[in-house]
Ligand binder design. Sequence first.
Ligand code: LLP
Length: 424
Amino acid sequence: PRPFAYRNRLLHCDGADLTALAAEHGTPLYVYSAQQISHRLQLFKDAFATRPHTICYAVKANSSLAILRLLAKQGAGFDIVSGGELERVRKAHKPALKKAVFSGVGKQTWEIDAALEADILLFNVESEAELHLLAARAEARNKVARFALRVNPDVFAETHPYISTGLSEHKFGIDIKAARAIYRSAKRSKWLDPAGVSVHIGSQIRKVDPFAAALARVTSLIADLRKDGHNIRYVDAGGGLGIDYGATAFDPAKQVAKYAAAVTKGLGTESAHLLLEPGRFIIAQAGALLTRVLYVKKNGTKTFIITDAGMNDLIRPALYHAHHEIIPIKQPAGKQPLPETDENKVDVVGPVCESGDFFARDRVLPPVKPNDLLLLLDAGAYGMSQTSNYNSRPRPAEILIDGATTKLMRRRETMRDLLAPELL
Ligand code: LLP
């Protein structure tokens, strides 16, 4: 079931009336359905139930502490990419650090040290130089570092060029052809435990065949590594499963089943413990951004709806030309959607001083007036986690809805927060 739906003509998130939430907490306001998050995690668990696996939720998709805690309590591990994300997992649910994998092309010494100290599950190493640093830091702390090389399988997956990662032209991973030799040289260090192989080919991938292709290459590498005497126990399939940002019917259970079938096909008879790093699939559609209309204005033939949320609150449309459905909080009367005429088309834009600050262009929307509330759907992933203070705008508050109870999980930033780090 979709978490956001009209009840008595007013939009609700599960049991919560969004009009009331906006009145109480102000806008812009991120709202999330805890039930939907749990449901998505469960779909993943069910799809992979037949093999040993750990779901390492990609913290970058939404790193709010309440969400990390919710997922950790349901058994999730985490994919972290910085010392900051490591601290978030520690604060949300410390035992989950034992189920954390550390990805990223630019790990720093202090971050590696913190992860070794926390005894995380696995380092996903992205270069030979990083592997040398890892060995040195492990030796300094008298610890053995479990690692996987993140290989670059040179597989193309159709998505936005900014979030595609699996080709050799991308900065990510180590050429899969060079990997075997690096594992061999790692064997000489007693501080390194070559425990797995990992791969991640990109994000918002809708057609699942590239996952099978990438994992088939990884599987054949693992077979070679075993011949070389390495004790490979983990295969990390990365994240990247896409969702449907349109209003059309999207069946997440079907989508994850297709994905699981592709992963299974790629793995063949390989039975190593499977690590999965979904982010978007878990959280995107559980969250939405609530915003109030400030002004409606016409410039020439165009109508602009100016909202109190801007690109600093949700940058995906500006950065990737991403589509987010926008729906009014009061269910519009009459037949919807309206016909695709010029008069019915509007631009929904934010207050930030850039022409790139838009949420929708030439979008058909029911008539909107100042003070109306609008909801931007599917904003749970890479929404709050990509916010900024650009134009000196405080970040929005976040609300977690669990059935009929609502919890403030992050208060709105204040002027004091905004200025706190600065010195005069
Ligand atoms: N694992 C690794 C190593 C990653 O780099 C990522 C995402 C994930 C897992 C999770 O991917 P997901 O399941 O969420 O697709 N800001 C962009 C998306 C950037 C994705 C970066 N890496 C957006 O708003 O679309």
